[in-house]
Write a protein that binds this ligand. Structure first.
Ligand SMILES: NC(=O)C1=CN([C@@H]2O[C@H](COP(=O)(O)OP(=O)(O)OC[C@H]3O[C@@H](n4cnc5c(N)ncnc54)[C@H](O)[C@@H]3O)[C@@H](O)[C@H]2O)C=CC1
Ligand SMILES: O=C(O)[C@H]1O[C@H](OP(=O)(O)OP(=O)(O)OC[C@H]2O[C@@H](n3ccc(=O)[nH]c3=O)[C@H](O)[C@@H]2O)[C@H](O)[C@@H](O)[C@@H]1O
Length: 428
């Protein structure tokens, strides 16, 4: 199948490479020339385990270009995978979707199946259909399909090859597009959930909102566990053993971040509120998440009398391990809060780079240099490097030995044996 994918970010690039691996001819389009130039030379602009190797393997099935017109003309399937960031009021900025729709409309001469992969607010795909018609595109030349993505950064290759389900939202009576998508995903072994265009959009928002709800729930439980000196991990294990709950996404910590949960919750809340629906749960999930920065700042303060002018090492910049993505990272939020307290903040991340707007923080090239002479260490992202670090050596490098593990990734009793004042999340 000849497929054109517009947008070469985490989703567009991963999907392009996986579809090439499945034997399709994929033309990947982006408007950023440098990105396309690098991709054409085998250089991947993001850190995503396994992706570069898979790209090298499938070079013959992959073309990278900025020439959208040719890419559209040569393909029977067009997939839209551009960004859908938040606007300041919480609504979704659909300018990238709109401009791609305009481009496609200009070049639509033969029949195309147009798939929206980007996460978009309910009603957007219906609006895309209307936009094409308003641009003068004949009804018999296209169908729009909503096919939201559920991959996680850091395990994008595995998730794309082994999804739990494939969600397909169709225009009324559109059996043909279903056959096209089934042919495209023929080798993927996952059940289909088939619904309307808006139904598929709601499934995507509902999934992210529910996962974020699980995280905020366990984080609130962790605060209560802390007060009772109970291990939140035991509690999560006990709750998660109930099949109706499930064991996943009950890892307590400093909260969720990333390019999607924060923006998608805000967007769903905005859209619901716009329709006059009060979002008590969505509001609470976000309030809890934002409050965690304060909770762990207070925890640190209770062991380090005053934070002002203290040297604090924060390990981790990315919003989670195995990615270089720093969008809405709680690690960054925490560093910001420390800077406001008057701390000198040192940081290190194996893959992520400090965003330029974060002032008052210095990034080092290894853990030793980062923690040297510091008053306390904060683990903000649970990278394997931090788990396997020689914490005995670390002890000799530090000035004082308060260790705040906001991801509960270290062995508490071992850290105490080594002489650390170990502070975890909902841990005795
Ligand atoms: N990052 C993730 O893990 C996931 C993201 N999503 C959704 O997928 C969508 C894409 O997300 P990411 O891949 O993270 O975005 P991204 O921001 O990493 O990449 C988007 C790409 O689209 C390109 N682009 C924008 N306008 C364009 C145009 N007119 N023509 C050609 N290229 C254009 C940009 O230059 C950029 O390279 C979003 O809606 C997001 O919510 C869904 C599931 C997972
Ligand atoms: O729509 C999206 O973009 C994607 O958003 C998330 O994927 P991602 O943001 O890559 O990463 P997650 O593994 O979900 O982690 C999100 C945040 O939650 C935190 N988290 C996760 C799980 C947990 O138990 N506890 C917890 O604090 C992580 O540290 C991270 O900050 C969803 O898991 C994907 O299914 C979805 O496709």
């Amino acid at each position: 199948m000849n497929i054109c994918i517009i947008g070469t970010g985490y989703v567009g690039l991963t999907t392009s490479i996986i579809l090439a691996e499945l034997g399709h001819h994929v033309i990947s389009v982006d408007k950023i020339e440098e990105k396309i130039h690098n991709l054409s030379n085998g250089i991947i602009p993001i850190y995503e385990p396994g992706l570069e190797e898979l790209m090298q393997k499938n070079r013959t099935n992959l073309t990278f270009t900025t020439a959208i017109k040719e890419a559209i003309e040569k393909s029977e399937v067009i997939m839209i995978a551009v960004g859908t960031p938040s606007l300041p009021d919480g609504s979704t900025d659909l300018q990238y979707i709109d401009s791609v729709v305009e481009e496609i409309a200009k070049h639509l001469q033969t029949y195309k199946t147009i798939i929206t992969k980007s996460t978009v607010p309910p009603g957007t795909n219906e609006r895309i259909v209307t936009s094409f018609l308003q641009c003068g595109v004949k009804r018999e030349l296209f169908r729009v399909v909503s096919n939201p993505e559920f991959l996680r950064e850091g395990s994008a290759v595995y998730d794309t090859l082994h999804p739990d389900r494939t969600v397909i939202g169709l225009e009324k009576g559109d059996e043909y597009s279903l056959s096209i998508l089934k042919a495209m995903y023929q080798q993927i072994n996952a059940p289909y959930v088939i619904t309307s265009l808006t139904g598929a959009e709601m499934i995507k928002y509902g999934s992210n909102a529910f996962l974020a709800t699980k995280i905020s729930f366990i984080n609130e439980m962790a605060m209560i566990c802390d007060a009772y000196q109970v291990e939140v991990e035991d509690v999560a294990k006990g709750i998660g053993a109930d099949k109706r709950v499930g064991p996943h996404f009950l890892q307590a910590g400093i909260g969720y971040g990333g390019s999607c949960f924060p923006k998608d919750l805000k967007s769903l809340q905005y859209e619901a509120n716009r329709l006059g629906i009060q979002t008590h749960l969505l509001d609470a999930v976000q309030t809890i998440n934002a409050h965690l920065i304060d909770v762990y700042l207070k925890k640190l303060k209770s062991y380090v009398s005053t934070l002002s002018s203290k040297k604090v090492a924060v390990l981790g910049i990315a919003f989670k391990p195995n990615t270089d993505d720093t969008r809405h990272s709680q690690a960054i939020e925490f560093m910001n809060a420390l800077v406001k307290e008057g701390c000198e903040v040192h940081t290190f991340d194996p893959k992520a780079t400090l965003p330029p707007y974060l002032k008052g923080v210095t990034q080092y090239s290894n853990i030793e240099k980062t923690i040297e002479n510091c008053d306390c260490v904060v683990i903000a992202t649970e990278w394997d490097e931090f788990l396997h670090f020689d914490w005995k050596k670390g002890h000799s490098l530090l000035k004082h030995h308060v260790l705040l593990d906001t991801r509960n990734c270290l062995d508490a009793s071992k850290m105490k044996e080594l002489g650390y004042i170990y502070l975890g999340v909902g841990r005795k």
